[in-house]
Design a protein around this ligand. Structure first.
Ligand SMILES: NC(=O)c1ccc[n+]([C@@H]2O[C@H](COP(=O)([O-])OP(=O)(O)OC[C@H]3O[C@@H](n4cnc5c(N)ncnc54)[C@H](OP(=O)(O)O)[C@@H]3O)[C@@H](O)[C@H]2O)c1
Length: 246
């Protein structure tokens, strides 16, 4: 039987493009996001274009921890098993420090960090029972260096990467593979308002690279690997004065 993949944030951008790419390759798909009407259209389009062996959708807000566990159980049942979890749901709200943006800060941590942790915790429980599995988390090159106008976003992505590193150690020898992805700029509604998006790639290309990295079961990688593997290292050592102008 083909592998089953559970994707959060499948209604837009990277999650949607990865869903199409995986459908093309014959995976069974469980797609979740808050906008069910959008998911319905995506499901219908995927069926028309790629006729995957199975595809199920469910409305899910990842900030509702209990519902994340319920959704995971329901979708695993409906799909006939899940092999890969792509914890991708996220927001980028352009939060500022000391400008009355604390609600944006809270929302960023709730979705990007706690929501992803809930998704991964549900996945880990399921995979421990099953005896195997693969958990993929979408961090960001923003995890490499705290950047202005996105302090909470950078913190959420750095926190997620460290959480996944700890998961990998705790689940060592449990046959559960952990992949941390650090995308650079991929063209999606999350960032299309930004004045500058260096080394931008489109979502389809991003999805092809991501699915390739998932299939190789890499531990971690930037997306695309080059130039972000180099630029990421550079970001860590640039003086604050340079970072402040970004
Ligand atoms: N695009 C980039 O350049 C880039 C770079 C690095 C990392 N990333 C990360 O990649 C991931 C996907 O981002 P994207 O660029 O594809 O953005 P996007 O097009 O805005 O998609 C974000 C997805 O997350 C879902 N989502 C948001 N809040 C949610 C919630 N509370 N519960 C469930 N789903 C929620 C949205 O669906 P609904 O609104 O329907 O819920 C949507 O499907 C994010 O984690 C982002 O931080 C993106």
């Amino acid at each position: 039987m083909s592998k089953g993949v559970f994707i959060t944030g499948a209604s837009s951008g990277i999650g949607k493009a990865v869903a199409f790419e995986m459908a093309k390759k014959g995976y069974r798909l469980a797609l979740a996001a808050r906008r069910k009407d959008v998911l319905r259209d995506i499901r219908d389009e995927i069926k028309r274009r790629h006729a995957p062996p199975a595809i199920v959708i469910r409305q899910l807000d990842v900030t509702d921890g209990e519902d994340v566990f319920a959704a995971f159980a329901e979708m695993a049942e409906a799909l006939g098993g899940i092999d890969i979890v792509f914890a991708n749901a996220g927001v980028g709200l352009g939060e500022r420090v000391g400008r009355g943006d604390f609600e944006k800060i809270r929302q960023t941590m709730a979705v990007n960090l706690l929501g992803a942790m809930a998704t991964m915790d549900a996945a880990a429980a399921y995979f421990l029972e099953k005896g195997e599995g693969h958990i993929v988390g979408v961090s960001s090159v923003a995890a490499f260096r705290g950047m202005p106008k996105s302090a909470a976003y950078c913190a959420s992505k750095a926190g997620l990467a460290v959480y996944m590193e700890a998961m990998r150690a705790e689940l060592f020898r449990k046959n559960i593979h952990i992949t941390v992805l650090y995308p650079g700029f991929i063209d999606t509604p999350l960032n299309d308002m930004l004045p500058s998006r260096p080394f931008l790639i489109d979502a389809q290309k991003g999805a092809r690279i991501i699915v390739g990295l998932i299939e190789k079961k890499v531990k971690s990688a930037t997306v695309p690997v080059f130039p972000w593997n180099i630029v990421g290292r550079l970001l860590k050592i640039l003086p604050t004065g340079v970072i402040a102008r970004m």
